[in-house]
Design a binder for this molecule. Structure first.
Ligand code: ADP
Length: 277
């Protein structure tokens, strides 16, 4: 009978969170240098800005540059402290503790990115506060354990001030623990470069999509919650690359996702028609 060989080294608990390919990111300003400075002192970073402007891609890029695993959590209204910290699991032969994503990152040394943190339940701030100041401690009450964060651990969160209600915005006591970097839609020539590279289209198609996005962003005054983001332009470009007509691609990737309101959809369609008469 062959004995199963025991692994020589313990499995890497962060293996699933290591980036294997370099994420392409083109900076808007000095955000790469600023993040590196914050990382050098392990200061927590808050990324502010509307959806689809490159916040997630930026963190992925920085984790890659800094050669660190990136543990990402998409926050939502039901997400509470236990989802971040961990829980006891009931098993046939007893109970077993399972670290949550925040604990995993703090214990073993990773960047932990909490996307849309203001969406999470208020009890998450209880665990974030001692981690996000110079104590760098994560209390795990259910286990009666106090985890001192690994030297490589860094906390990064994002929020979208545009669509948060006052109650949902971060409290000053939380915000003031973070260095905050603001993201806005890229400048036109910059956005065109992103759409060409990510969407795989020629310069003239990218230029028209970028011009269209700029016009949709002005529709905010008419009641549109958010204009077309760089993400939607990349999607439209990818559909055009697949052979869809630009008008059909814009309908699928921009007009329909942006609104359910018939009048606003018509207004958006008018902008598409103006770009592709
Ligand atoms: P956010 O996290 O702000 O919602 P993402 O980081 O997911 O947005 O960006 C959406 C998409 O836009 C990315 O997948 C990428 O294709 C593109 N993108 C936006 N900004 C950049 C940038 N500066 N460099 C490279 N790609 C970008």
């Amino acid at each position: 009978m062959n004995a199963v060989p025991r692994p020589a080294v313990a499995p890497d608990p962060l293996a699933a969170w290591r980036l294997t390919d370099a994420p392409w990111y083109t900076p808007q300003a000095d955000e790469v240098e600023v993040f590196e400075a914050a990382h050098a002192r392990r200061l927590p970073v808050l990324l502010k800005g509307p959806t689809g402007v490159g916040k997630t891609r930026f963190v992925e890029h920085m984790a890659w540059r800094l050669k660190l695993p990136l543990v990402t959590v998409a926050c939502h209204e039901d997400l509470g402290a236990a989802d971040l910290v961990g829980r006891w699991l009931l098993e046939a032969d007893g109970t077993r503790w399972q670290d949550g994503p925040l604990t995993l990152a703090a214990r073993h040394g990773a960047i932990c990115y909490l996307d849309e943190i203001a969406e999470a339940r208020a009890d998450t701030t209880v665990v974030l506060h001692p981690l996000a100041d110079n104590r760098r401690l994560l209390p795990i009450d259910k286990r009666n354990e106090l985890v001192a964060a690994h030297a490589d651990f860094q906390l990064v969160v994002s929020c979208n001030p545009g669509y948060q209600s006052f109650e949902r915005s971060l409290k000053p006591s939380t915000r003031q623990r973070f260095c905050a970097l603001s993201f806005a839609p890229p400048r036109p020539e910059h956005e065109q470069q992103i759409v060409m590279r990510e969407g795989g289209v020629e310069a003239d198609v990218a230029e028209r999509l970028v011009a269209l996005a700029a016009r949709t962003r002005r529709l905010r005054d008419e009641g549109l919650e958010e204009g077309a983001s760089t993400r939607t332009l990349v999607h439209a470009a990818q559909l055009i690359g697949q052979g869809l007509s630009p008008r059909r691609a814009c309908d699928l990737a921009i007009v329909q996702p942006l609104t359910d309101d018939p009048a606003l959809a018509e207004a958006l369609q008018g902008l598409v028609d103006a770009c592709w008469p």
